[in-house]
Design a protein around this ligand. Structure first.
Ligand SMILES: [Fe+2]
Length: 124
């Protein structure tokens, strides 16, 4: 499944996941920043999860970003300038994967017991 997404300056897609999916995002116009996390697991609070920060990058024309079911799967995209990105996903979206998509609110507070960059996120 291929999606073409057009962004205006400052447009963003908030933190979300692609359940069970592998994908490649290819920027072919403009510049977008991408910040990614991996799911660590549920926290003790309902509807909240621990996420491990994978990093952030700026995609320019010709740059790609990949995600798998377990790596970089949770991310947000912000357009630095008018941009276009093509996303290719496998398996393609179906009803289960659409309804299973989660939207996250990241809390910047790191997990005290971890030396890694693990943060708490609430599902919206
Ligand atoms: Fe995405």
């Amino acid at each position: 499944m291929t999606l073409s997404i057009t962004f205006g300056t400052g447009d963003s897609i908030p933190f979300h996941d692609h359940p069970g999916m592998t994908g490649v995002a290819n920027c072919f116009v403009g510049r977008v920043s991408v910040e990614s996390f991996d799911l660590v697991g549920p926290s003790e609070e309902p509807e909240t999860y621990w996420l491990r920060r994978r990093g952030s990058s700026i995609l320019r024309p010709g740059d790609t970003m990949t995600l798998t079911a377990t790596a970089n799967n949770i991310h947000q995209v912000k357009a630095i300038e008018p941009s276009q990105v093509i996303d290719v996903f496998t398996p393609p979206y179906n009803r289960t994967r659409v309804t299973g998509t989660r939207w996250y609110e990241i809390r910047k507070t790191p997990r005290a017991s971890s030396s890694e960059d693990v943060v708490l996120a609430r599902v919206k």
